[in-house]
Design a protein around this ligand. Structure first.
Ligand code: PMP
Length: 445
């Protein structure tokens, strides 16, 4: 068997150097099942991070659906085929009645790229309004509208055709709290940003947002923020786009879509990651009016988008979510897990905030609860030590101090207990170091 050392060396020899690897000791994962990953030595790791393996790693129903269809046929959408139509019917049935037209693509990035093209063609305007610290994908235009990238290392800065509204972070942002008045404060600033855009001849054709900003640190916006943002966009003629790539497909438990509970009304919804449970699949769903405007004579062709194998897999994912009651499970397990994390926050000074909805949770680590000074070293060390104990977590947020928790929805009560106990044990063993100040920054990768 190839050693970890050899694999790391081969990666750096063969793969693009702008690719990172997780954990101080990189893991050589060779198999997955349910909420668990297994390394080459057979050691099990509880996966608390992978929201792509939505219904569980290597779910047999999903695998069989893909294999059976691959045995029969895989081809493009220029032939008639029932599966893609059945899939479009199932997907649109989960959305507001006028979100009725589907485009199938191969990734979240492709979905967002197409969403921007739809909005641009429908409005004739290239400008885009986006949220601070957002990430929407890896194409050139998506990097240009993703502050997480263009304002980060290697980024080229904000372009004049991009308009950034503030991140509605009720824990650490300029306006604190979870209620409507906090939302209104953020919305007043967003209104101002768009007013300036309009006044300078840059009225946006799209406003894109996640219902729970993810790479910004699992930020749960104050009540009314997302519908308010979409209304502000609509008022200046921008098409509201809900990016459900991270948060969609029942993860929030109470709804199929994270924008649902907030009462937001997008005209385009983009989907990726969990939609295919690991198979490369994405979708854009929109209104007839936007789709008709996009049909301006230029064909939209996507070689793999909507192929029967992907449709069979997408259908199987929906079947499993429904038949195994995974939305309800996300709600119940998520509530229990959040209660456990909040109980930890009562005992560990280093936890500034525990938040989230369903199985999309965040744990924000701070050096000082009063000043809320972020503690990225503790976050990184917690992720490394948890991995050494067989529990996989990762960090995010603009200060890299938020532990992301977004496991496969098959995550059980016992898994939630293991996660809470592991975090508890590590924070307990690190507390004396944290109290002495700064010594948590043990070198890590
Ligand atoms: N939107 C969001 C919110 C994302 O987090 C990501 C990926 N992390 C994307 C879009 C792009 O998805 P992909 O990497 O599958 O193209």
């Amino acid at each position: 068997m190839t050693s970890t050392h050899d694999l790391v060396a081969a990666r750096s020899r063969l793969l693009g150097p702008s690719l990172s690897v997780s954990y101080r000791t990189p893991l050589h994962i060779v198999r997955g099942e349910g909420a668990y990953l297994y390394d080459a030595d057979g050691r099990a790791y509880l996966d608390c991070v992978n929201n792509v393996a939505h219904v569980g790693h290597a779910h047999p129903r999903v695998v069989e659906a893909g294999v059976a269809q691959m045995r029969l046929l895989n081809t493009n959408t220029r032939y008639l085929h029932e599966l893609v139509l059945r899939y479009a019917e199932r997907l649109t049935a989960l959305l507001r009645h006028d979100l009725e037209i589907c485009y199938f693509v191969n990734s979240g990035s492709e979905a967002n790229e197409l969403a921007l093209r739809l909005a641009r063609t429908a409005t004739g305007r290239p400008d885009v309004a986006t949220v601070e610290v957002a990430y929407h994908g890896n194409t050139q235009r998506l990097i240009e509208i993703s502050p997480y990238k263009f304002a980060g290392p290697g980024g080229a800065g904000k372009r004049p055709d991009v308009h950034v509204v503030p991140l509605p972070d009720g824990y650490r942002g300029r306006h604190r709290g979870a209620d409507r008045s906090t939302a209104e404060s953020y919305l007043a600033e967003a209104r101002e940003v768009l007013a300036v855009a309009v006044a300078t001849g840059h009225a946006p054709g799209a406003v894109i947002a996640e219902a729970i900003p993810s790479v910004a640190g699992q930020v749960v916006p104050p009540d009314g923020w997302l519908p308010g943002l979409f209304d502000i966009g609509r008022a200046v003629g921008a098409v509201p786009i809900a990016d459900e790539v991270q948060v969609g497909f029942g993860r929030v438990g109470v709804d199929w879509w994270a924008f649902g509970p907030q009462g937001a009304v997008p005209d385009i919804v983009t989907m990726g990651k969990p939609i295919g449970n690991g198979h490369p699949l994405g979708a854009v769903v929109t209104t007839r009016a936007i789709a008709d405007a996009f049909a301006n004579g230029m064909e939209y062709f996507n070689t793999f988008g909507g192929n029967p194998v992907s449709a069979a897999i997408g259908l199987a994912v929906l079947d499993v979510v429904e038949e195994e009651g995974l939305r309800e499970r996300a709600r119940v397990t998520g509530e229990r897990l959040l209660a456990g994390l909040r109980e930890l926050a009562d005992r560990h000074e280093a936890i500034g905030d525990a938040r989230g909805i369903g199985l999309f949770l965040g744990l924000e680590l701070v050096r000082d609860r009063a000043t809320r000074e972020p503690d990225p070293e503790l976050a990184r060390e917690l992720a490394n030590r948890a991995a050494e104990r067989g529990v996989l977590l990762s960090t995010d947020g603009p200060f890299h101090n938020v532990m992301k928790i977004k496991p496969p929805l098959v995550f059980s009560d016992a898994d939630a207990t293991l996660l809470v106990e592991t975090v508890d044990a590590i924070l307990t063993e690190m507390a004396p170091m944290a109290a002495r100040g700064g010594e948590t920054s043990i070198a890590s990768g």
